[in-house]
Design a protein around this ligand. Structure first.
Ligand code: FE
Length: 251
């Protein structure tokens, strides 16, 4: 495991560890696939706001602040936790990444669209109806056998919301933001992606001016699938570069 130099993670946590950090009680953690999966951890109960309980006083100051504000708003009847959960779930796992998956699947199955996506991603993506804040200036970067692309925002958390939804917690974490640049191959291995040594890794630093969408390689065995079937193979992480597209048999 990579030992991080950042003082916030002096215990030597890995990016993967951060992704699984108990801070999942923080609202934003619900944008993380792995953390969402953790809602079924160890013991059998849900984790909506009204049922939260102490996991060892493990919230950081920001998480505690968010939790406190949400608790007050809930007690005053101004927000409904179940509705918040539904909104977060929708944008994290349905609307956001599924839009990007549609873009990727169309590029796999339509060479003319792929060319357009490469030349002018903003316009090509907008032609499918995906546009808006955080997606005004897009660039698509295509994985190949020679080059794998990985996206990070070293400064903060710039991310293409219209195609991927809100960013996962680990994307915003200091370890990912630093190690994606310092040791991208090691970061990929922590996400379970082992690339041939001959494959170059190109790291793209997102900014407010430019957001990137990784177009993963089309998996073997996907010949003959239609666009919606192909889209089901495209994971959020594969469009950030921390994952690969799924094989058809894995869906
Ligand atoms: Fe940023």
């Amino acid at each position: 495991m990579v030992q991080y130099l950042n003082g916030n993670f002096a215990g030597g946590e890995s990016v993967a560890d951060v992704a699984l950090n108990p801070i999942w009680t923080y609202r934003h953690s619900m944008t993380n696939d792995q953390n969402a999966d953790r809602s079924n951890h160890d013991h059998d109960h849900s984790h909506n706001n009204s049922e939260r309980h102490d996991h060892g006083n493990e919230l950081d100051p920001m998480a505690a602040r968010v939790w406190a504000l949400e608790t007050i708003l809930t007690e005053k009847g101004l927000v409904e936790p179940a509705v918040l959960d539904e909104i977060i779930e929708t944008y994290s796992h349905k609307v956001g990444p599924r839009n990007g998956a549609h873009v990727v699947a169309k590029s796999w199955s339509d060479p003319a669209f792929a060319d357009w996506l490469e030349a002018d991603a903003t316009a090509a993506i907008a032609s499918l109806g995906y546009m808006g804040r955080q997606g005004e200036h897009m660039q698509a970067v295509f994985n190949s056998a020679d080059t794998h692309n990985l996206v990070v925002c070293t400064l903060c958390s710039c991310y293409p919301w219209p195609v991927l939804g809100p960013p996962p917690v680990w994307y915003k974490s200091p370890p990912y933001r630093s190690q994606a640049v310092i040791n991208p191959r090691g970061v990929l291995e922590e996400f379970g992606v082992k690339l041939p040594d001959t494959t170059k890794i190109r790291v793209w630093d997102s900014t407010a001016e430019m957001r990137y969408l990784v177009v993963p390689m089309r998996p073997e065995g996907s010949e003959g699938l239609n666009v919606s079937e192909l889209a089901a193979l495209v994971t959020r992480n594969s469009m950030i570069g921390t994952g690969l597209a799924l094989l058809p048999g894995a869906v």
